[in-house]
Design a protein around this ligand. Sequence first.
Ligand SMILES: Cc1ncc(C[n+]2csc(CCOP(=O)(O)OP(=O)(O)O)c2C)c(N)n1
Ligand SMILES: [Mg+2]
Length: 311
Amino acid sequence: MLRIRRFEERCVELYSRTAIRGFLHLGIGEEACAVGVMEALTPDDAVVATYREHGHALARGVSMRSAMAELEGKLEGSSRGRGGSMHIFDATTRFYGGNAIVAGGIPLAVGLALADQLQGRQQVTTCFFGDGAVAEGEFHESMNLAALWHLPVLFCCENNLYAMGTALARAQSETDLSLKAAAYRVPSWDVDGMDVVAVEEAARRAAEAIREGGGPHFLELRTYRFRAHSMYDPDRYRDKAEIEQWKERDPIPALVAVLSAEGLLTDDDVDELESAVTAELDDAVAFADAGTLEALEDLERFVVSEHAEMP
Ligand SMILES: Cc1ncc(C[n+]2csc(CCOP(=O)(O)OP(=O)(O)O)c2C)c(N)n1
Ligand SMILES: [Mg+2]
């Protein structure tokens, strides 16, 4: 969680000096969701995420170097710098990408799970999406097919109460999102998304049930983003007191407090972790800064597959 937090804080600095351009969505405050779920997966499982996916990529094992170079639009990035912040993609960790389309990753996850099922593999495909995605048709079509075909999908809804500037209650007639999964006969749990241990426990339980042939499961992770929707958002739709209240439940100090109380972590340990993260991050930024921009003559490459036989 600390790696993700510091990585995204550094992104803000890089954005100010225009090393990172375009859209940038930070998940500061929501780290426990990505980390807790990822702990319950194996390297063979697949993951699909949204445009707020830096944390998911890092927790999945995409290197800081690869992610930072991607954010800076460099060839050394996970997608040759063509995806940027919203489309980190890394086939080697079966991280099937961020996705700029709200709910767009959900049918992709169902397709990946269908492929696993048809080929007799025991993998779980985990799909992250926001509360806003639950209002999209793609969510409902995907839930229906996943349930009907009994597909191995772990649906993880990160309910941070807002879809851009729209509060959940202003946009959806039913705000208990687990009920929507239940409507498709998909077992669902709501989980404290600010508590990494609670998230891991729920994800482990769900992933085990899926691996045992239990079909799709749904977790509603109740969380909150501490920063605005994106760098362009003046954040005028939320009460400042609400933000402060959620900050008191910051998942990082919360876990430090639990571990310290149990005698499992000292202040020196925390300092050591901070230093290690800073060193990793400095190295990643230096790597990205020294990276190369794609040559102009390559701009149209990959629009059409180079392996395809043209008619
Ligand atoms: C299909 C589609 N509609 C609208 C948008 C514009 N849009 C971008 S992010 C967003 C809000 C999504 O909110 P949520 O799913 O709760 O995710 P969060 O940003 O809170 O993580 C919207 C409406 C989009 N990208 N795709
Ligand atoms: Mg949201």
